[in-house]
Design a protein around this ligand. Structure first.
Ligand SMILES: N[C@@H](CCC(=O)N[C@@H](CS)C(=O)NCC(=O)O)C(=O)O
Length: 210
């Protein structure tokens, strides 16, 4: 049985969602964020020195890094339905999107998502990162034209990984001018698996200060 270390308001919601939709049995251990620093608590650091969420104990390993965890659990602990087989014509595209969320998207999306909560960004850096976010969302908007899912005409782990990155964008109203991104975000959020995730793990985003 997999042990999922879940931090409230965090990326580890992705793994709840994956397990719920992929029929993967898991035990969840919950952690609260430090109310002042918003960091993970020291107890999570006892499981893995980075104290990051998600952290998963599986097959004798302690794994961090959402995309790696998704790939491993889909291949080793499910029937593979949430992945794309190695010989599928869209396998390369699946891997690209699975890793895109934390790779190319991660830095600008996370920093501009946190910025309003910590007093904003200096103009030069804000300008650079906001332009980057706009470019990446425009790219996604084109990719999603006429599609319900990123790849292979089905819901996959790549959708789960990317959806987390859109949570902050939706909260900032940045999907409103991008109909394909908005439709995609809302359609995935309406899935029973996502609803169950929020029910079990709580809201995905930290509440925003008023
Ligand atoms: N690239 C990693 C990022 C992991 C990460 O930064 N997780 C955040 C939660 S969203 C975290 O653990 N923050 C608490 C902390 O670092 O103290 C992944 O995709 O799993």
């Amino acid at each position: 049985m997999i042990k999922l270390h879940h931090l409230e308001f965090s990326r580890s919601s992705r793994i709840i969602w994956l397990c719920e939709e992929g029929g993967i049995e898991y035990e969840m251990i919950r952690y609260a964020r430090d109310p002042a620093t918003r960091r993970s608590p020291p107890e999570l650091g006892e499981i893995h020195r980075l104290a990051k969420a998600p952290t998963v104990e599986v097959d004798g390993h302690v794994m961090v890094e959402s995309a790696a965890i998704i790939e491993y659990l889909v291949e080793r602990h499910s029937d593979g339905a949430l992945g794309v087989p190695v010989d599928h014509p869209e396998r390369a595209k699946y891997l690209e999107w699975l890793h895109f969320a934390e790779g190319t998207m991660g830095m600008s999306f996370i920093i501009t998502g946190i910025a309003p909560m910590v007093g904003g960004l200096p103009d030069l850096l804000g300008g650079f990162l906001n332009a980057e976010v706009a470019k990446l969302l425009d790219h996604l908007e084109i990719e999603l034209e006429g599609k319900d899912f990123l790849v292979a005409d089905k819901f996959t782990g790549a959708d789960i990984n990317l959806h987390y990155m859109l949570e902050g964008r939706a909260a900032l109203g940045q999907l409103d001018s991008r109909p394909n991104c908005k439709r995609y975000f809302e359609t995935l959020a309406a899935r029973p698996g996502y609803q169950k995730t929020v029910e079990l793990g709580g809201p995905v985003l930290l509440p925003r200060p008023r």
